[in-house]
Design a protein around this ligand. Sequence first.
Ligand code: HEC
Length: 179
Amino acid sequence: MRYMKMKRVIGLFALLAVVVVAGFGYADNFPSQEEIASAEKTGQLLHNELFAALIQEFNETTPENVAEGKQAISLIFNNSNRDIRLIGIFPPLQGGFNNLPSDSFERRSMVRALQGQETTSVERVGDRWYYRRSAPLSNTFHQNCVLCHTNFTDQFFTQTHNDGQWVGALTMRVPIERD
Ligand code: HEC
């Protein structure tokens, strides 16, 4: 009787070990080229969608509806959504501390964004693989930026930032679907 119970416990542990090893093994495997290519395509579609939404909002912004426009943008970039983020370092940040770069990809992206460069990466976050992409944002991209970001002016930025005034980045991460 006792022996049977032991056997059952050992069996259970063995099963657990197989599940854990299989699970970690799966997550550890670097995604295939096809899996990455599919995530890149999703990333491009998402990038287009987000820019379309932002440009729509920027075009509609007037000195009279700044507060509502800010609220509308904040609802798209809800703090609890880590898949799409606007990040910056120049105070006052519209999204508060949440919009500071928050991990090594975002810190690297920020340094590069301030030089007008895009950043991409395939990396594991927690137990999932992601395709990550960050697009630099420039103040000269739209005349209405300054209506909401009163700091995005020639006076605020140093000489280096004045040509193009790179101010932050739009970052996205796409979970890589595994077979
Ligand atoms: C209608 C108001 C509005 C306009 C116009 C606008 N933004 Fe923003 N922006 C926001 C809000 C609100 C946030 C914070 C969103 C959040 O995370 O809640 C934000 C966040 C950002 C951030 C992240 C850093 C921060 O301040 O939080 C950057 C960088 C940024 N915007 C760049 C731009 C650029 C470049 C333009 C012009 C091309 C622009 N914005 C135009 C409202 C605006």
